[in-house]
Ligand binder design. Structure first.
Ligand code: SF4
Length: 292
């Protein structure tokens, strides 16, 4: 029997995979737009409890190929303990091919290059990373606790260790005032790193976060309309020139318009689809069918 501490989140692409909770909450928990772990206090789960969960999961799913480590930034776990968890997982799941987790800049900064390489060799093959924006002005306002330069360094450190990166960007996070800067700086970060997967979702705020989010902007925050959101996405896409193949998705429940392709190969088609949606808003997903 496995006990999960709620709420429990996982990336959509991990829907069919095992979730192993090794930390609770988010070690940072201060981004103004994020309510995911606001009810939880961060803690590392004791190793003996994690081992018991692994034993139980291995009895139920001995042939599992992929395991996602929860919660919000499992990579915050002490490197030595994390290595023990990864090693134990491989002992118990003989067909395991991929272990993944959410990760933040701070987590990556706290691990040395050698530690990240060891974690990769021990099975950590993929991290999910919230870029949100790469504009320094906006990063301050959403209280992300990082900068363009730090994100670039951290992402390149993970790539150099062999770890694949799946990153997300939040459309509309700077409102009307910062839309252009958000699109251009974020595209620049993607171009100067080596992401493997990239997805865009649209800004959505839980009621509990509205006050703190708006307060960080000097002037009233002006939300982008659907059309403006797509125009921001178009500017972002037009300025993407990744050095490696990046699987691009814009199919989160929050998105007004779904896009899917591989960059740079499908860039022109994606741009054309977006231009079409900007001209004819009838192709957009109705608001009542969206979520975040
Ligand atoms: S966005 Fe990520 S780092 Fe920020 S509070 Fe939420 S879970 Fe933590």
């Amino acid at each position: 029997m496995i006990y999960y501490s709620e709420p429990l989140f996982r990336p959509p692409s991990e829907a069919d995979n095992i979730i192993l909770q090794i930390t609770h909450g988010c070690s940072y928990n201060a981004c103004t737009f994020c309510s995911m772990y606001e009810t939880k206090v961060y803690e590392e789960k004791p190793l003996d409890e994690i081992y018991k969960d692994i034993d139980a999961l291995a009895r139920y799913y001995p042939n599992a190929h992929k395991i996602f480590l929860a919660d919000g930034d499992a990579l915050a776990m002490n490197g030595e303990n994390l290595l023990k968890v990864l090693t134990y997982l491989h002992q118990k799941f003989k067909r395991l091919r991929r272990i993944s987790s959410y990760a933040s800049v701070i987590n990556l900064e706290q691990k040395s290059q050698k530690e990240l390489e060891e974690l990769y060799k021990a099975g950590l093959k993929l991290i999910y990373f919230g870029i949100e924006t790469a504009s320094n002005e906006l990063l301050k306002r959403i209280q992300k606790g990082t900068s363009f330069e730090k994100m670039k360094e951290a992402l390149n450190k993970a790539s150099c260790a062999g770890i694949k990166i799946s990153a997300t960007v939040i459309l509309g996070v700077g409102g009307k005032k910062y839309s252009r800067e958000h699109a251009l700086k974020t595209a620049q970060l993607v171009n100067e790193t080596s992401l493997n997967y990239l997805s865009t979702l649209q800004l959505g705020l839980q009621q509990t976060k509205e006050e703190v989010f708006y307060k960080k902007f000097d002037e009233p925050f002006e939300w982008l309309s659907d059309k403006e959101m797509l125009e921001e996405q178009l500017l972002f896409l037009e300025n993407l020139h990744p050095n490696n193949a990046v699987i691009f998705r814009s199919n989160h429940a929050s998105n007004a318009f779904a896009l899917a392709g591989t960059l740079p190969k499908d860039k022109i088609r994606l741009i054309q689809e977006l231009q079409y949606a900007i001209k004819d808003e009838r192709v957009l997903t109705p608001t009542w069918l969206r979520g975040f």
